[in-house]
Design a protein around this ligand. Structure first.
Ligand SMILES: NC(=O)c1ccc[n+]([C@@H]2O[C@H](COP(=O)([O-])OP(=O)(O)OC[C@H]3O[C@@H](n4cnc5c(N)ncnc54)[C@H](O)[C@@H]3O)[C@@H](O)[C@H]2O)c1
Length: 387
């Protein structure tokens, strides 16, 4: 059994929970789970959600099943066997800016201070004997610490972001339990890209994977750029618009939060082309009626043989949250298998496929089509994927 805890019980988390329990019941095919066709030591059948945290006052204390049902009403039928565990109160840390404009928020650090709140969450994670943690909170502004002492000082002074607080709590839980735990960071906060967190996790024989799940337009852009690079076409510019109507896009209308996405999305260009072609790649706007099925448009021009200019235009409407939830189903089982093989710190080959900004720091982004086969080969070598 893989015991899963979740931070951020929003739309992606709701799709993960509903999809997971539907898969367990055999109610649907595992479309959107990239490694579904391979045999790994664990499947979705082994995943069980044991804890969930949020800071939205309307969710805290309600049951997971109730919150998932209300998030997916009219979209997906939620199976009755989704656990009735209560959503617990998370921490706001340094990450509350603007959230309270969207909904009423509350964090347990407001009363007892961040350090004690982290300690308390670490105890809760150990009590349930957690194996894998999914971080799915709203995108927040945060910087890398680089150095473990600086990170620990910031924890003492309550000067870390919520995702950093959760990653630290998970590290403490792993130490307390004396067993490895994986923290899968699906948001842009640099954790797998922060040498301080990677070092902490290494010391605890644990894993931090990240950062920022690669769904939607970014992996497609990476593969298109690879196609052009392989043919030695010179890219003149890349324009990519993303407009959505879910609360993730609403949160990104707050400037510091948008900047975090811009950072993780833009690293693909130079890493794949080898030069920094002029580009505009960022979440562009929020329009409520689009809902979760966002609109993506891409325009790329390049110079081909004899100096002529070609152009590619792509338009798509894609369901945003289920895409990441499908990746999470794989990441949970891969993380557990990696821990059992003794992997610690972070793990580039998995990050390179599933993440927009694959850790460790300064690791390159590569085309997902290459990353996929490199990862499968690596997992085969380790005996995680059966030959
Ligand atoms: N395809 C995708 O949807 C995709 C891809 C890559 C990354 N992401 C990232 O995944 C995250 C979740 O996306 P979503 O669509 O579910 O967003 P969402 O807005 O529906 O959910 C976020 C949830 O996190 C909660 N939250 C905010 N701050 C918190 C805190 N400090 N502690 C605990 N909970 C907190 C919110 O109350 C909300 O319930 C976002 O950061 C998003 O950028 C999504």
């Amino acid at each position: 059994m893989i015991r899963v805890a979740m931070f951020g019980q929003g739309l992606v988390a709701a799709h993960y929970v509903a999809g997971l329990y539907r898969l367990k019941r055999g109610e649907m095919e595992p479309y959107g789970v990239p490694l579904a066709k391979y045999k790994l030591p664990y499947t979705w059948e082994h995943q069980e959600v044991v804890l969930s945290y949020d800071v939205d006052q309307r969710k805290i204390g309600k049951s997971l099943k109730e919150v998932v049902k209300s998030a997916l009403e009219g979209v997906v039928t939620v199976p009755e066997d989704v656990p009735d565990i209560p959503i617990r109160e998370g921490v706001l840390a340094n990450s509350a800016q603007g959230l309270d404009k969207m909904f009423p928020v509350r964090g347990r650090d407001q009363e007892k201070g961040l350090k004690d709140a982290i300690e308390e969450i670490a105890n809760e994670l150990s009590e349930v004997n957690v194996d894998v943690v999914l971080n799915l909170i709203s995108t927040e502004p945060a910087n890398s610490f680089e150095d473990v002492d600086l990170l620990k000082k910031a924890i003492d002074n309550g000067k870390v972001s919520a995702a950093q607080a959760y990653a630290y709590a998970t590290y403490l839980a792993s130490k307390k339990m004396g067993k490895p735990v994986a923290f899968v960071n699906l948001i842009p906060t640099p954790l797998a890209n922060d040498p301080a967190f990677v070092k902490l996790y290494e010391d605890a024989n644990s894993l931090v994977l990240g950062d920022d799940g690669a769904t939607g337009a970014t992996p497609l852009t990476a593969d298109v750029l690879e196609h052009l690079a392989e043919r030695n076409r010179k890219v003149k510019y890349i324009v990519q618009f993303n407009i959505g109507g879910n609360t993730d896009f609403l949160a990104l209308t707050i400037p510091e939060r948008n900047l975090m996405k811009e950072k993780t999305k833009s690293s693909v260009v130079e890493d794949i082309l080898g030069y920094n072609a002029p580009h505009y790649i960022k979440p562009t706007g929020y329009i409520e009626p689009l809902g979760d099925r966002k609109f993506v448009a891409m325009d790329i021009e390049w110079i081909t043989f004899n100096g002529l200019v070609d152009e590619l235009i792509i338009n798509m409407r894609i369901n945003d949250s289920p895409a990441l939830a499908g990746l999470a189903v794989d990441l949970v089982r891969i993380s557990k298998a990696l821990l059992e093989k003794g992997a610690k710190g972070t793990f580039y080959d998995v990050n390179a496929f599933y993440m927009k900004n694959p850790g460790p720091k300064d690791a390159r982004n590569k085309a997902r089509i290459k990353a996929y086969y490199d990862m499968v080969e690596k997992l085969r070598e380790m005996g995680i994927i059966e030959a």
